[in-house]
Design a protein around this ligand. Structure first.
Ligand code: ADP
Ligand code: MG
Length: 604
């Protein structure tokens, strides 16, 4: 029988390896930036075209490569960073596998230019699909430039698999931010399609964080600083009142390397114990330094997870340090004062002794929910089309007029004085209906109402906009400005109007009528983080993301006490929605309990 096993040709092996190293343009960005840092660069430029699909180029002023090394660096397992297996346990560089450039060169058109300090001439190499196309001497400055063009040109399946430009750009910016935050003293420049996105000067940690995330970050930061025998912790946590509803700005760096660790995250969250609203995530930028031989970076191919020798001790120290700093900066007492103690007390109804938050819905005081439908005016700025069959069929199957239906809904409508709705635990509204009772989740119901209102105004109607007396200037990071700019038209449809865009701020002169001025920043911030987290597919629509995001941010929250009128308004607005029974995020907004079901509760 003949032998059938062969070694794969190098370029095939490289393509296979590339699958592991390079998932998308952002992976190339990460590898090239890390190489530049390992080369000792103090100035790094990242140039992109079409979200990196057409070009990712990194230019550094690092130590450069000799002519031989320039050729060698594209070989698999070619690295200058480790020599023997033991070196793996004492890493001080970012790279060490020696497969990034080999992988990238297997699946793109790559142009390398490099020169060492004391050499007269540098080297230029072109390589396509692992094949060297040309090698020349060139005169160039010290350092290295690597241009990666037409990524996945020879693997159409991978190229087609890439997401929209927005998404790929977002991934690249994430990688860029991680590297830039890990190395505040290195100057970075990021250009996308010839627009400058970031221009970061050599600076310190605090300034770097602020220049990446925008000027408003400065006031949020509480410094952290602790040195012990086994580690040092430096950095910042954001004050709890600035915590986010989505995990976003959470950064751990271990020995200047960005890592993900749910274990360490837990330690930080734990230190915020009692200071965060439910479901809120603290922002943090924490820099840990531990002896290189006490960590193992090698367990994950893209190296964002690492293993610590003394995990438990790190956990305890991190938690204690963050807790201590929060206390020292007097963040804790301030927040306790702001908390509404009533939320923790059961059976608290209708108390006027505590100042409670004013619910954020406007009420038409003349509005009578039991009047004929066609004479009523909506108590919010938008009147959705009535499509009542779906919900009303829950209550009655006989054909009756709209007015009759409306009045049959509530069985005690004759007695004007009787309360028709009850708020339970500042969370639910209970209402008696003909067939039994309906229990409405106030926050989810309000989300549905606002969602339909926004969706309609964004897509169909002239938006209801209010001009601000004084335009508001809000600072954002330059990448956030980019995103706001790309959805400007949709935002205008929703009722925003903009005055001036700069690299790191936007001036707003008009807002939707349903938004109050104090909420502008938060709703835009939330929107950005929602767009960020959205995993877009073909049906990706900014309209929908925007309407959902606004609805979620502006909805009445659990814990808000509502007056009887407000409760009724909410109930009626909900049942005027096109789809009253589910929230924009797919949760039920109300449940009905039929008389039978209630009876059964007592018959078992
Ligand atoms: P690794 O970084 O794991 O060593 P790479 O494939 O990323 O593997 O790079 C291979 C080698 O090429 C590096 O070890 C380094 O010697 C050299 N190299 C890559 N990029 C640069 C650069 N920007 N400046 C100087 N040398 C570089
Ligand atoms: Mg590398």
């Amino acid at each position: 029988m003949s032998d059938i096993i062969q070694l794969l040709p190098d370029h095939v092996a490289n393509q296979i390896a590339a699958g592991e190293v390079v998932q998308r343009p952002a992976s190339v960005v990460k590898e090239l930036l890390e190489n530049a840092i390992d080369a000792g660069a103090t100035n790094i430029k990242l140039l992109l075209k079409d979200a990196g699909k057409t070009l990712v180029q990194v230019i550094d002023n690092g130590k450069g490569m000799s002519g031989t090394d320039a050729r060698m660096c594209f070989e698999r397992h070619a690295t200058s960073k480790i020599q023997k297996a033991e070196d793996l346990f004492n890493l001080s560089t970012k790279g060490f596998r020696g497969e990034a450039l080999a992988s990238i060169a297997a699946i793109a058109h790559v142009e390398l230019k490099t020169k060492q300090e004391n050499e007269e001439l540098g080297t230029s190499i072109k390589i396509e699909g692992s094949k060297i196309v040309s090698q020349d001497f060139i005169s160039t400055t010290k350092g290295t430039s690597i241009a990666v063009k037409n990524l996945f040109y020879n693997i159409p399946a991978r190229r087609n698999f890439l997401k929209s430009e927005t998404v790929e750009t977002r991934h690249i910016i994430d990688e860029f931010q991680r590297v830039a935050l890990a190395h505040p003293t290195i100057a970075f420049l990021l250009h996308h399609n010839n627009n400058e996105v970031y221009h970061l000067k050599s600076s310190n940690l605090r300034k770097r964080i602020v220049s990446v995330f925008g000027a408003k970050m400065n006031e949020k930061l509480v410094p952290i600083d602790e040195t012990t025998d086994i580690l040092t912790i430096e950095g910042f946590v954001a004050k709890p009142e600035y915590s986010k509803r989505k995990r976003g700005e959470q950064f751990f760096f271990v020995n200047d390397r960005f890592i993900k660790s749910s274990y360490l995250n837990h330690a930080v969250v734990n230190a915020f114990d009692g200071l965060l609203e439910q479901g809120a995530h603290p922002s943090y930028f924490l820099y840990l330094k531990v002896p290189a031989n006490t960590i193992d970076i090698n367990i994950h191919p893209t190296k964002t997870e690492i293993k610590f020798d003394n995990e438990k001790a790190l956990y305890a120290m991190l938690r204690a340090t963050v807790k201590h700093s929060l206390g020292q900066y007097n963040v804790a007492p301030l927040l306790d004062f702001n908390r509404d103690a009533n939320l923790d007390t059961p059976y608290h109804l209708n108390s006027n002794t505590k100042s409670t938050q004013v619910p954020k819905i406007s009420v038409d005081h003349n509005y009578n929910p039991f009047k004929e439908e066609n004479t009523r005016t909506s108590n919010v700025s938008f009147t959705p089309q009535k499509s009542t069959e779906s919900w009303e069929s829950l209550y009655t199957s006989t054909a009756v007029t709209d007015a009759e239906k409306q009045s049959e809904l509530f069985d005690n409508q004759q007695e004007v004085k009787t309360q028709k709705t009850f708020q339970i635990q500042r969370k639910y509204i209970l209402s008696s209906i003909k067939s039994g009772a309906v229990l409405i989740h106030q926050s989810l119901a309000h989300q549905r109402i606002l969602y339909e209102e926004f969706l309609e105004s964004i897509t169909v109607k002239e938006a209801n906009s209010q001009q601000l007396l004084f335009p508001v200037k809000i600072s954002f990071s330059s990448s956030e400005i980019e995103i706001i700019y790309t959805i400007k038209t949709e935002l205008e449809n929703a009722g925003f109007s903009f005055d001036e865009f700069t690299k790191d701020s936007v001036t707003i002169k008009g807002i939707p009528t349903s938004v109050t001025e104090s909420k502008i920043t938060i709703i835009l911030e939330e929107l950005l983080s929602d767009i960020d987290l959205e995993v877009p597919d073909a049906s990706f629509s900014h309209f929908d993301v925007m309407a959902k995001s606004f609805a979620k941010t502006l909805s009445i929250k659990t814990g808000t006490q509502l007056s009887e009128r407000e409760q009724e308004a909410l109930v009626n607005d909900l049942f005027s929605c096109k789809e009253p029974s589910i929230s924009p995020f797919g949760k039920p907004t109300f449940k009905t309990l039929t008389l039978n079901e209630i009876d059964n509760l007592f018959n078992s």
